[in-house]
Ligand binder design. Sequence first.
Ligand code: COA
Length: 257
Amino acid sequence: MDYENILIDTDGSIQTITINRPSKLNALNKSTIEELSKALQVAENNNELRVIILTGAGEKAFVAGADISEFAHFAVEEGKALSKKGHHDLFNRIDHMKTPVIAAVNGFALGGGLELAMSAHIRIFSENARVGLPETSLGVIPGYGGTQRLAQIAGKGRAMQMVLSAEMIDAATALNYGITNKIVPLEELTEAAKKMAKKIIKNSPVAIATAIQCINANYTSGVDGLAFEINAFGECFGTADFKEGTRAFLEKRKADF
Ligand code: COA
């Protein structure tokens, strides 16, 4: 498939997907969401790929939010449908991918941009990153998972503060809040994301996919996370990766997954 709003670069088993609408600060319009959704589906079905990095084009923005010009005229039912489709097609999809996703946040990540970064499994920010959920300043609320994931990641008090004040915070504050795992200079962002990806790639992809499911189980209503873990832990013992990982340890060599 040809994409208009995203760029795809595959380097061995690491794929970088770049949101590429720099003149609109990479704002997520409908077609960009569709393209991201499609590209992630393709990536998830490609067993050669072990880590996906999401980033934004240019030096100013990761994603400055959902495209305000597209929904400014919406009524109630259209608003509900927009949010529901976004959750289903993109934000929940990322959260539940078996292939780990790293968000390399290279500037503004506002509204849907921060929600996109928070759907990823790991976040790395450049020093110039500025993030926030400014939706209440537009008379709306975060609708792509922000009210839930920000509270999960940063805690309820900080989520309340950020959503109610609509404030933008800098990278150092985001690190302090636990919203980013790491801060690096902008020119080192790609390398830092790849370095993290290479650490992940050394480990069992089957165990990684299982671990993502288990960690997410704690945030899924009606699921007992500890019971889920007990079962998933047991299932690992039936995998070739478990046999290879333990055998490699006992033979004092690196595992080949
Ligand atoms: N939706 C649609 N277009 C957006 C956008 C968004 N979320 N964010 C930025 N843009 C567009 C601007 O309209 C402008 O387009 P134009 O040149 O055709 O007028 C272009 O991107 C550049 O943005 P601009 O506002 O001129 O840059 P700036 O440096 O002055 O300000 C921001 C940067 C991020 C502070 C500002 O763009 C902003 O507040 N964006 C909206 C953030 C937001 O509320 N996101 C949540 C949406 S739910």
